[in-house]
Write a protein that binds this ligand. Sequence first.
Ligand code: PMP
Length: 428
Amino acid sequence: MIYKRSSALFAEAQKVIPGGVNSPVRAFKAVGGDPIFVEKAKGAYLYDVDGNKLIDYINSWGPMILGHAHKPVVDAVIEKAQKGTSFGMPTQIETEIAALAVSMVPNIDKIRFVNSGTEACMSAVRLARGYTGKDKIIKFAGCYHGHSDSFLIQAGSGAVTFGTPNSPGVTKGTAKDTLLARYNDIENVAALIAENKNEIACIIIEPVAGNMGCIPPAEGFLEALRKLCDAHNILLIFDEVMTGFRLAKGGAQELFNVAADIVTFGKVIGGGLPVGAFAARSEIMNHLAPLGPVYQAGTLSGNPLAMAAGLAMLKELNENPGIFESLAAKTEYLHKGMDAVFSETEIPYTINRVGSMISIHFSETSVTDFDTAALANNDSFKTFFHGLLEEGVYIAPSAFETWFLCESLTYDDLDATIEACRKVSKNM
Ligand code: PMP
């Protein structure tokens, strides 16, 4: 495929934007080469500025669960835009989407909308600290909760792809309040709690990790976290920025039947517009300003275009819950197809999958946490990534990311992807 125009645009972008991108993973640094500039997208396909058509397995890193430029979402945004794009005043649609989200997700009474997943997680932690009166938090190595200071301690996603798991600019004072645990290791969490008795406000976790590739929670792990939190007066925060409204109507809480105290959202909840949210029982949410003392705000929060896109998206998911089964079936089909391809080769690999999240690590061992994810062979991943791109299949440009499937993908697309894997595997 030819990417001449993309490369030219990237050269221009680098003159005026750091690294040529507004979010690091887009730059292809982990896989080499120049990033692809998009012209437009429809359904499961991306169309780039060089005229290439690609099957998209990123889907804007998750939001486009029903495919790109989904008509009800686009129509809702256009209709709203004609009435004004922002007021900084209350609008009815904010209550409509809040009520719908609260009805779909277990264990939440109230929800506050923000503009990104980062804001949602940052605010959730502040709320947990304000509610419990404690300072420390536990996060898991390889989990990414956005780029706010407290979370850039062995974070996943771009933070690890670029080898800066502990970013300069995060003060020692901030870092000391973030305790690091190993994903899927409950003894490790219990030991941290014992060493920091009565000091831990919350445990924040991706209930299915998606920022070190896809890593499912081990059987019983989330339940055990819930028990530890109950025993030690610690709030359990599920970061459902990826999993919310994707794994089930009620997200990972519903799928695993484990209750969180605070849940954060992003991606699907905004239908592709900049939206995040955090939610909890009233008892916790009532600590937020203006009701309570924990401050949190946003000029563009609850923006009408963003709410219109999000509402159109959630309505469709709510009215057609079969979508989640359909997505999971497509993802299982892809998994089986890729298994059939790679099991015939000598290439070591592990495929992890939950619902419509899937990833492949070229690894000798199973991948259950950050350490085992980091053992995978990145050179094999690079070859795989560029090989797929040549075949018209676009996956995340880093092994430390999950793929997200969308409902517009057809079984022909999946067969084409499996066939592309077969071709690429011959050169690996
Ligand atoms: N939490 C998780 C689990 C995420 O995957 C991400 C982003 N990929 C974030 C938080 C941060 O969201 P945003 O990029 O919208 O700030």
